[in-house]
Design a protein around this ligand. Structure first.
Ligand code: SAH
Length: 463
């Protein structure tokens, strides 16, 4: 269940009346708003005080009559006397949606702030909670939108039949995308050449035939929607299909087009997830079908993201692909804790490694790196954190090397732990749920881990 108590719709009023009861400023404000429509706007009041002469409205300076509501699509009451009361009763009896100005309890609907680029309308509504905020948002959107937006929308509308006859679904959408975003079309429109340009663009799209599919391997960052790159955001909007992992933030998946297909391919512990071979086959099949596929991965796609296998499969099938980097979780963890992973005279390098399934040889190698000051970031290592630390010590790393763990890096609900290789090795650790990065190295001591839970504390059962 959602949280909205109201639902925005575009309500037809053409050929009908919008009736406003009242003759003061409030009535004038509503009249201004609704006279943007093609409805017949009628003002009814015994006391016409405001100046309606600038607006295309009909003013009836007399008491309200029930018949005023014949063919009315909407009724506004801005009269707190008997005429207002009579109009409210009449509107309810006729089941005409009613707005009683400044009395939210009596309203069937509210009026949003409107950005009018007819036929394009953008409505900003706050369910009456913060009209001032709605106006500020409106001003920002106004500033960002071309004044030609309406003309552009009309142009797109005028091409509908021709496009439908020439181009199938996906290709039609690409045509419209180019039509409404191309600067050349906008220039042509200003010169009164919009229709000619729209036609020539259509001919071009018609001649091109089916465009081949493409797969974008996109990094979605560590889980905060504002750590997504602008490029990722743009490509998500263009994608026909979004294939995503479990760790990808829902907000990023939401960013795609509403009608884009979304496929969750795992990987969550304990749930069925696609095998890597199935994922490879899926993106190849979609690419062959001419789809534009956003393959969204947590963090950066090239870091423990199985991107290598997916790229090989795409290459073998001759499908175009591009990589869009993302913020890898170790760097989000470094940011969360103000830890410089390289630091003059302390740490001359930064190693991304996985503790999962690490062999003795690798552990020996990392122990040597950590001993020379390099910062290790261990991925997928939470469940084996203690044993991994113990093995690093056994391979010669000092038990005093600082360790820091960030669970859910980059997110508001992150949790930090700090200690040393020794304290990590000695505890039967129950770290919080969620993905974690384990840092090992002297540079950790130079970060800000003041919120961190101490690994040595009694919260951990020492084995
Ligand atoms: N491509 C991803 C890594 C995928 S492997 C990236 O660049 O971040 C999955 C591992 O990444 C997890 O086991 C965990 O170690 C790490 N990880 C992913 N998201 C994380 C997050 N928000 N916080 C901490 N670690 C995370």
């Amino acid at each position: 269940m959602g949280e909205l108590n109201t639902f925005p719709v575009s309500y037809k009023v053409q050929g009908q009346r919008i009736v406003i009861i009242g003759g003061g400023e409030e009535a004038l404000n509503k009249a201004r708003l609704v006279s943007k429509t093609t409805a017949l706007v009628v003002i009814v009041s015994r006391n016409i005080e405001a100046d309606f002469s600038e607006l295309p409205v009909t003013v009836l300076a007399r008491p309200f009559e029930d018949a005023d509501l014949v063919d009315a699509a909407l009724v506004f009451v801005a009269d707190h006397g008997p005429d207002g009361d009579a109009a409210k009763r009449a509107a309810r009896a006729r089941r005409i949606p009613l707005n009683v100005v400044d009395v939210p309890e009596e309203c069937d609907f509210y009026t949003p702030s409107i950005i009018d680029r007819a036929p394009v309308t953008i409505a900003v509504a706050t369910e009456g909670d913060a009209p001032v905020l709605a106006r500020l948002i409106r001003a920002r959107i106004e500033a960002a939108l071309s004044p030609n937006l309406g003309a552009l929308a009309k142009l797109a509308g005028s091409m509908r039949d021709k496009v439908a006859a020439l181009l199938p679904g996906t290709r039609a959408r690409r045509y419209y995308e180019e039509l409404v975003t191309s600067p050349e079309v906008e220039v042509a429109l200003l010169r009164g050449q919009g229709a000619v340009k729209a036609e020539s663009l259509l001919a071009q799209h018609g001649a091109e035939g089916d465009s081949p599919g493409v797969v974008w391997l996109i990094g979605a960052g560590p889980g905060a929607e504002d750590l997504l790159t602008l490029r990722a955001q743009r490509l998500l909007q263009e994608a026909d299909v979004i294939v995503h992992d479990h760790l990808v933030p829902a907000a990023a998946v939401e960013m795609g087009r509403r009608d884009a297909e979304r496929i969750l391919v795992g990987k969550q512990k304990g749930h069925h997830s696609f095998t890597q071979a199935e994922i490879n086959a899926l993106i190849v099949r979609l690419g062959k079908a001419g789809k534009r596929v956003a393959r969204l991965k947590g963090g950066d796609p090239m870091v423990f993201g199985r991107a290598g296998e997916e790229i090989d499969a795409l290459k073998a099938a001759g499908i175009a692909y591009h990589i869009v980097p993302g913020v890898t979780s170790a760097l989000a963890a470094a940011a969360d804790t103000a830890t410089p992973v390289t630091l003059r005279r302390i740490s001359t390098g930064f190693v991304l490694a996985t503790a999962h399934g690490a062999e003795s040889e690798e552990l020996k190698h990392w122990a040597a790196l950590a001993s020379t000051g390099l910062t290790l970031a261990l991925y997928m290592g939470k469940s084996v954190a203690g044993p991994t630390a113990a093995r690093l010590i056994a391979e010669g790393a000092s038990a005093n090397i600082p360790v820091g763990v960030v669970v859910r890096a980059g997110r508001k609900d992150r949790v930090l732990y700090r200690g040393t290789l020794g304290t990590l090795a000695s505890g039967t650790i129950e770290l919080e749920d969620g993905p974690a990065i384990i840092f090992v190295g002297e540079a950790i001591a130079h970060g800000d881990w003041s919120e961190a839970i101490e690994l040595a504390s009694s919260e951990f059962k020492v084995a």
